[in-house]
Design a protein around this ligand. Structure first.
Ligand code: F6R
Length: 246
């Protein structure tokens, strides 16, 4: 069953999340990792890089697989998932290019790109540790509301909310209408699924995640069924929960 962990604030949550990631890699140096990008996990990753350096935790045998990417956005655009992962993880941790495979947002062969990622996960075995955020519409990765629970990597037409909220990542106005993402099946099959949410704006999202019917119409709610699901939230994100859950 999923565990719910509450923290005083964003720093405490990020510290606990970073500790879990470090522990995973200490236990399994060759772990297959899949990490979301976005505002939520930024501090977690910065702390992971700091701890790894200070305590000499070796990420040299890990492999990182991309969770998602904006279609049509070049990797050097500062709003791309690609750029984020390099900035906060790969460069600070000294990850070699042979240690990751990310979705190519500029692909001209979308199906082929999805197949490539599906086959890679199949070959490498299960994802050991996934870090997920949760979108304002309940999405995980770019698995928008209504996505099939058995979906594998696919191209997603982004809904209104995702397109609107997504603007925050980009310096210039760019067309963001589609994303490419691992599917819900792959997310839910991860050995450990750590989902993070902080801040007041996520309070209604967390309420729906935990108090609505578990269903793919609000993908984040599916974490409740994950045998090794951990949902870390801060006081603000917990603020709309029924008192019993608070
Ligand atoms: C990005 C991703 C998205 C985000 C979600 C929350 O790689 O997977 O699902 O996790 O949109 O984004 P933030 O953390 O910016 O609120």
């Amino acid at each position: 069953m999923m565990q719910l962990k509450k923290f005083q604030d964003y720093t405490a949550l990020s510290t606990a999340a970073a500790a879990m990631i470090i522990e995973c890699v200490r236990k399994k140096p060759g772990a297959l990792l899949c990490f979301a990008t976005g505002d939520t996990p930024r501090l977690t990753y910065q702390l992971v890089a700091e701890i790894a350096k200070k305590e000499e935790v070796d990420f040299g045998n890990c492999f990182f697989i991309g969770l998602d990417e904006w279609l049509g956005i070049p990797p050097d655009n500062t709003g791309s998932c690609h750029h984020f992962l390099h900035q906060y993880l790969f460069i600070p941790l000294g990850i070699h290019p042979s240690q990751f495979q990310l979705f190519d947002g500029l692909t001209t062969n979308e199906d082929g790109e999805c197949e490539r990622m599906n086959r890679l996960i199949e070959k490498k075995g299960n994802i050991d540790f996934m870090v997920a955020g949760v979108g304002m519409n309940g999405h995980i990765g770019f698995n928008e509301p209504g996505t099939d629970m058995n979906s594998m990597a696919h191209v997603a037409v982004l809904d209104e909310t995702t397109r609107h909220v997504g603007k925050k990542y980009f310096q210039d106005e760019v067309p963001i209408s589609k994303g490419i993402t691992l599917g819900l099946k792959q997310v839910l099959q991860a050995e450990t699924l750590l989902m993070l949410a902080n801040g007041l704006k996520k309070a209604p999202v967390i309420k729906r995640t935990l108090e609505e019917e578990i269903s793919n119409s609000f993908p984040a709610s599916l974490i409740q069924q994950h045998k090794n699901g951990i949902l870390m939230i801060d006081t603000e994100a917990a603020s709309e929960l029924e008192t019993a859950q608070k």
